[in-house]
Design a protein around this ligand. Structure first.
Ligand code: ZN
Length: 193
């Protein structure tokens, strides 16, 4: 008798995804050109309040076509230092602005400045956030056990090519493997967050 298995799209047992924080429009654009060329999927976590002009914000839909756009708070504060009303505004305000720009539900967050607290994480479902990526990494290819504390495999400056070789060599189709890389397209003022 056959078993029913969860698989990645296309029946695959391995998937690669990349995740980039902060606006960096020019370097993000260059990276997306490479990703499009090689069919690579990625999420871009954006700060809607740091776009200097409203016109720029409306460009997001066209610019990030084919990639996921998700929240990184409106203006990138260290949210664990903010009053709770400010945290809600930073997350929900970013979500609303990004959704208005891209026209689909925005469900992801990456914690700005790696800042979080149990209270903030508990708020996330109330602001419509279904998953939140941390700066910490696991070094492995497992799926997240806690979507609000999603730790990727590695930062892109962290033995990336060795990890890629390890991922390529995985062959046991009875498991699901996710290679989740995160980083920045430029060294931002927020450092690795
Ligand atoms: Zn950031």
């Amino acid at each position: 008798m056959n078993s029913v298995y969860c698989v990645f799209p296309g029946g695959k047992f391995k998937a690669l995804t990349l995740s980039y924080d902060d606006n960096s429009p020019e370097s993000n654009r260059r990276l997306m050109e490479i990703f499009r060329k090689y069919g690579i999927k990625a999420t871009f976590f954006l700060n809607s309040g740091l776009y200097p002009y409203d016109d720029d914000r409306w460009e997001i839909k066209r610019m990030y076509e084919g990639f996921e756009v998700a929240c990184h708070t409106r203006t990138h504060p260290t949210i664990a230092r903010c009053p709770v009303t400010e945290v809600i505004d930073q997350i929900l305000g970013d979500r609303k602005a990004l959704e208005a720009a891209v026209g689909y539900p925005v469900r992801g967050l990456s914690y700005p400045n790696r800042s979080m607290s149990p209270e903030i994480t508990a708020l996330l479902p109330l602001t419509g956030i279904r998953y939140a990526r941390e700066g910490e990494t696991t070094g492995n290819f497992g799926l997240p056990q806690d979507l609000l504390h999603w730790k990727g495999t590695c930062h892109h400056n962290q033995n990336l090519l060795e990890k890629a070789d390890e991922f390529i060599s995985l062959f046991k189709w009875q498991y699901l493997y996710l290679f989740y890389v995160w980083g920045h397209t430029v060294q931002s003022q927020y450092r690795r967050s």
